[in-house]
Structures are given as structure tokens and as C-alpha cells.
Design a protein around this ligand. Sequence first.
Ligand SMILES: [Zn+2]
Length: 411
Amino acid sequence: MNLSDVNVLCMIQLLCQFSPNRQRLVDMKADMVALLPYFVQRQDEILQLIKTLVEQESTSRVEAQLNQIALYVATHLTPFASVIRVLPQTGYGSHVLARLACGHPDDAPQILIVGHLDTVWPIGTLERLPFHVSADGVARGPGIFDMKSGVAIAMKALEAIVTQNLPTKHPITLLLTCDEEIGSKTSRELVEAEARRSVAALVLEPPITGGIVKTGRKGIGGFTLKVTGRAAHAGLDPAKGINAIVELAHQTLRLAALNNYERGITVNVGVANGGTTSNVIPAEATAKIDFRFWHSDDGAKIEETIRNLQPVLDGSQLTFTGGINRPPMERSEKNLALFEIAKNCAAEFDIDLREGQVGGGSDGNFIAALGVPTLDGLGVDGAGAHAEHEHIIVADIPQRAALLTRLLTQI
Ligand SMILES: [Zn+2]
């Protein structure tokens, strides 16, 4: 696989024909509960796919690696898609868009499945933390929980729908992006364009540990604050200086005072830098600020409050750059109605599906903000996203694949 293959795939749409008399192992139209045994039988095959994806390291911004994994996924999906596009993004990698061949006109309102191929783990992490399945049924490896196992079950759900000829009410599109972990800079427009033609969106990000799906996510914003003071000799002319670090300290306390845990508003000064040496009144200091909120009006208010902060020390200057990056995925009636469908599907497999809200963002935020019913956290159960103990529970693979497949037929 090389970049020219990616370009070739990018240029064309592969139209695939299917044999009308393909063998069906189980009559799933008659008995959808058969989906669970179908995926239990394929657990090892799906685990093998997860291993293959984990072993293709794909750190955000490592373009060659992200092109390669995109091409792998696209190639795997080609037999089941009416349209496959690999969309290279210079400096980032490639997004993959697959429209499922399930017999609907391509312009009918669709169900959108969303995931990402990039991970936070630097290339080479695999040497330290190789893919490994332990005797207690836990699989580990960089990016396995967030979210290569989610990518794998999405791929296998699409395969099941096409090969088992399962009836769906809507066309289905899978969109896998290459830059979610770094803010979705090159993918946001594409995610939103696909969302606008969707009746619902299913996001294959990891669940809250315990398999709890996500009906709400906080909105996220960030600012860089640059404080400008005036340098002076700390011993000879201290009064002539304006201490940018002292000014930053004042602003840090003001920012901290904006926290309102009850309403779910958080403001964190996470990085602070300033000064040159101890005998100079520092002329410059900078800070990086993260803020999060459940409700979009809270986000707008916090953003405005921060932008309007005024200096405390005479002669110092504040420059804020940044703002809201992701709107909140509010726990709306639409999201809860979609959750109810998922809960009913899960009940068919004797799974008691629960929902929750989290402070972290995903591409689900962009979709839900457009008013599209969104259910997130549909990936495989486990824990440790972005952490050394990242893992999934192998026995959960068939359950989540069955749930996703069933859900795709029920929306
Ligand atoms: Zn993720």
C-alpha cells in the first residue's frame, strides 16, 4: 500500500455488485436475536481485525501511517460499499467515507456512523505496550479502546448487514476521520456535511466504563493568554517594570473564580509560562486555558467574560486568542429518544443499556449541535482511554457488534 494507491482510491468511486444468492447462515429477518450468536461465532475474527488495526500505529499528524490505515480500512470495506472514498488531507492523513450497499437511493436521509483512525499514542508505543490478550479476557494495545475496537465493530456490522441481507430503513454511511484527537480541524466540515443529511448519528467512541453510552458531552473551548508587561532590572529599577507574571497571577485567580461545578462550568489554567531570569522584572507571560460547559449559552457567556477580562496592573496588556472549539452535545430529547431505541435493541440481547454524560468532547458534539439525534460511546467496553492501562473486554465485542447492527436496522 502506498500513497499513489490512496490517490487512485480518492479519484474513483468503486461500485460493487453483489451476488443475489449469497448464503445466509441464519435467518436473521425472522429472528434478529440470532445476531448475538452470529457475532459470538466471529469474536476471534473481530479480535484479529482489532489486532491488525492496533498494530498499524496511527498517531495524529503522522500522515504516512494514517494514509496507510485509511487504505487498509477502505480496502476491507470495499466489498460492502456502493461508494468508497479515501480523502487525503495534507499533513494529517486520510479520512475514509463508505456508503453501504443496502439498496436505498444514496440521497435518502441516512444513518451516519462516525469514528476516528488517529490515536494519541506516539509511533513506537507498540514496542513498549504490544497488542496482548491476557487469560482474563482483557485485550490491550495503544488505541484499542479509543477507538480501534470501535472501528472494527463498525466494519463488521456493515459486513453483517450486507452479507446477511438485513433490512434497513435508511442508507448507512460510515465516516472515519484522521484528526479527531487534535480537534478535527480537517474533518469538521465533512462531519457536518454528512450530519446534515442524516436522521441519526452513532458514534463509535469508547463507552463510559461499564458499557454506558453517552447521550451528552460538554462543549469545549480554549484560549491562549499573552500578558505583556515591561522589563526592568529587579535590583536597580524595579519600579520601572510591569511584572507580567504578577498580572498573570491576578488573571489566573479571576479565571479560577469562573468555575461553577454545579452548573458544569469548568475553567482551567493548565499551562503558565513567563519571565527570563530571576533578576529581571518579566515583560511577558503566557497561559493556556481550557473551559467546558454543558449548555451552549453558558459557553457563550464564559467565552465573552474571558475575552473581556481587563488588566489589574497599570500598563500591562492582555491578549486572548482562541474560543469555543466544540459546541456541547446537549442531553436533548432527540438524543434520549435515540437512546431508547438502543436500549430496546440491547434488551433483546438481555443487556441493560445505560446512558451518561461526560466532560470530554468528540465529533458527536458537532453533529448534535446541528440538531441531529446522536448517540455516542457505542464502542467496546473497557477503560483507560489515553492512559497506560488502556484496554477492552474481549467478551463485550460480540454484544456491542450485535447492538450496533440491530440498531442500524431499527432506526
Ligand atoms: Zn476517541
